[in-house]
Design a protein around this ligand. Sequence first.
Ligand code: FES
Length: 102
Amino acid sequence: MPWILACDSAQLQVGTMRRLELADEEIALYHLADGFFATSDTCTHARASLSEGSLRDCIVECPLHGGQFDARTGKAVKFPCVTALQTFATREKDGAVWVEIE
Ligand code: FES
């Protein structure tokens, strides 16, 4: 599966996230204390952009209705979100972050 360059590692501080369009996928890329993680950026409850919400530790909160997901696993952890987000593998190499898009 192709690995796509997402950004320079230094562009995303720990505790922050950003929205990216990679290979026609809308991705939320998170820099957590234990590394980089990526999920679909679109909330599974409706069509809100999670990267416009808030991030606390590993939990991303949707800006529209306050549902929450674990950014590491994509698992929905707070109602009204019940369906997991799609997740994408990431890796950091030579100061850059890569995301695997199938
Ligand atoms: S659209 Fe995300 S919680 Fe409703």
